[in-house]
Ligand binder design. Structure first.
Ligand code: BES
Ligand code: MN
Ligand code: ZN
Length: 492
């Protein structure tokens, strides 16, 4: 259930709500809301701190039920850690912890005072948006494919009010739109590959366009892609019984100006093809469409916000399968750009579908092109699961994207895209090879894409490490939706 956000003007001791949320620091310091609760309850919080029951440690929390002198049924005391260490990421972590507890309580709503906490360098708008998004993120539950009677019990928690003055409403509107985009991306990512295939992604995009004023959607079928000469994308697609779809979503919110283009890798399942991946962990390759899901989610958020700019969102939805019809190592494909590509590994398929999507996108004369893709395991080795890889030859665009990542805590880190690496893509049989050897794999993948974006203001986000959480129950994260939406908001 999507969490409803609202603003409240309230005092923590008199607010008649199922739960008020207040923060305490590790150094026995109370936030002002916690101090008011403490005073009204005859020192209940300080006693719990003195007894050691409440530590204030970051990530800790306690539900106090039925405190005397307090109108709310419960007080959720959230640890903020040491006051002098409180920063943006720690504030987000405490907000997430609060939401995790709230979602487990038998309550429908709560009132949070966390946005009153001082976070160095951040204003009220940022704190509200961050706390609201963290709440929706923690409250998300995947239920689509459980037997109805076994579906995890529907959570009752569905609304949170933040105490702040009414001028802060735009922050919550922004948070609600971003949360909707993040949810869309997460749900598409989490769905299994037998449901979320290329046709499903196309149908979701069409459904969104039909339901949303000012949004149009066109889906290119295999035959149209053949006419356009997309031999590279179609080479990857030819081994699958699920036909490829090239989804084009458009938003005209900015009048007669060049659009921003968002291009996403939508491999709905990546077996590796004839260069078959090892069995263990292969099920995670259902997430290989998270670049497309992230671009779709960003598009949903931007259009929900009715941003005054033009957008074109191109999703390349393809399945990479081994089959009698599959493309093979050694094949030479002719891309829409005319460049020929020697396939040395059919598991380097993301760049092969993206190159044609990137060429196609240029017909919209975009002022900027950004692509997102779960492109390389090498990026996960380089940056781990905390930062997306950012590669661009355009320093200004790169700086803007890094700044958007820092502001939204959906961070990226830049890797070089120097021409020094381009030689790794030399082929004896075609204009370019589809792999660049074992060194710098995230960079050589981006170098490959750069061959198809010459003269464009273009940036590439490798979200292989950030788009989903690891482990058997790991869920799609919705990244890089927050980064992209922040980038677009900053352009308005
Ligand atoms: N989808 C994978 C990249 C990937 C791997 C993402 C693991 C997340 C986790 C991509 O299509 C792929 O297979 N890339 C190969 C490229 C190689 C053959 C040059 C890789 O990273 O091993
Ligand atoms: Mn692959
Ligand atoms: Zn892949």
């Amino acid at each position: 259930m999507t969490i409803q956000f609202s603003l409240a003007s309230a005092t923590p001791e008199t607010e008649a709500t199922p739960c008020v949320v207040v923060g305490v620091y590790e150094d026995k310091m109370l936030t002002s809301a916690a101090a008011r609760v403490d005073e009204a309850s005859g020192g209940a919080i300080k006693r719990l701190i003195d007894s050691g029951d409440v530590s204030g440690k970051l990530g800790s929390s306690h539900v106090l039920f039925g405190l005397g002198g307090i109108a709310a049924a419960r007080v959720l005391v959230v640890g903020l850690g040491e006051q002098k260490k409180l920063d943006s990421a720690r504030f987000q972590r405490a907000s997430t912890e609060a939401a995790r507890v709230l979602k487990g309580l038998p309550i429908a709503s709560a009132t949070s005072f966390l946005a009153e906490t001082d976070v160095p360098g951040r204003d009220l708008h940022w704190k509200l948006r961050t706390a609201a998004l963290a709440t929706d993120h923690a409250a998300y539950r995947y239920t689509a494919t459980f037997k109805p009677k076994d579906k995890p019990r529907g959570d009752s928690f569905g609304a949170i009010a933040f105490v702040a003055d009414a001028t802060a409403q735009p922050a919550l509107d922004q948070a609600a739109a971003i949360a909707a985009g993040v949810r869309q991306a997460r749900e598409l990512g989490n769905l299994p590959p037998n449901i979320c295939n290329p046709a499903y992604i196309a149908a979701q995009a069409q459904k969104y366009a039909e339901a949303t004023d000012g949004v149009s959607c066109e889906v290119l079928e295999r035959e149209q892609m053949q006419e356009l000469g997309m031999g590279s994308l179609l080479g990857v697609a030819q081994g699958s019984a699920n036909p490829p779809k090239l989804v084009v979503l458009r938003w005209n919110g900015g009048g007669n100006v060049r659009p921003y283009a968002l291009v996403g890798k939508g491999i709905t399942f990546d077996t590796g093809g004839i260069s078959l991946k090892p069995g263990p962990g292969m099920e995670e390759m259902k997430f290989d469409m998270c670049g497309a899901a992230g671009m779709f989610g960003a598009f949903v958020a931007a259009t929900t916000l009715k941003l005054p700019l033009n957008l074109v969102c191109v999703l390349a939805a393809v399945e990479n399968m081994p089959d009698g019809n599959s493309y093979r190592p050694g094949d030479v494909l002719t891309s829409m750009s005319g460049l020929t590509i020697e396939v040395l590994n059919t598991d380097a398929e993301g760049r092969l579908i993206l190159c044609d999507a990137l060429t196609y996108t240029q017909k919209f004369n975009p002022q900027v092109i950004i692509d997102a893709a779960t492109l390389t395991g090498a990026c996960v080795i380089a940056l781990g699961k905390h930062a997306s890889g950012l590669m661009s030859k355009d320093d200004e665009l790169a700086e803007q994207l890094l700044a958007a990542g820092n502001a939204s805590l959906d961070r990226a880190w830049r890797l070089p895209l120097w021409d020094d690496y381009q030689g790794q893509l030399d082929s004896g049989f075609a204009d370019v090879a589809n792999i660049g050897g074992k060194n710098g794999g995230a960079i050589t993948a981006a170098c490959f894409l750069s061959r198809f974006t010459e003269g464009q203001r273009w940036a590439h986000l490798d979200v292989a490490g950030t788009a989903w959480d690891e482990g058997r129950k790991g869920l799609a994260t919705g990244r890089p939706v927050p980064l992209l939406v922040q980038y677009l908001i900053d352009r308005c």
